[in-house]
Unconditional design. Structure first.
Length: 100
């Protein structure tokens, strides 16, 4: 009987950890993609400057790609969650970036 209780608790703990990992990766991916897009395409700063000054605390949790020709940022957080951000209006017309 004890092993069933321990197994049940173990399953619940594992499910909670998986849920937390998934939720955390989604938040990191979305936030970082939007911030990097805004920094590069709206504020017109260099990618290196944005990563170092604005996203340095999160840098170890994601990999990214910035396409300056087609103007988008794609970010992969915690190994598997992806987010993509693009500018919604030309710079100077009050535009910003949005998640796709």
């Amino acid at each position: 009987m004890k092993w069933r209780i321990l197994l049940g608790v173990g399953v619940l703990v594992a499910a909670g950890l998986i849920w937390a990992w998934n939720a955390g990766s989604e938040i990191i991916a979305g936030y970082s993609a939007k911030m990097l897009c805004s920094c590069v395409f709206v504020a017109e700063r260099s990618e290196e400057s944005c990563l170092a000054e604005d996203l340095g605390a999160y840098r170890e949790y994601f990999t990214h790609r910035v396409d300056t020709e087609f103007r988008w940022v794609e970010l992969f957080a915690l190994g598997f969650r992806a987010a993509r951000a693009e500018p919604v209006a030309p710079v100077g017309e009050g535009g910003g970036c949005t998640l796709q």
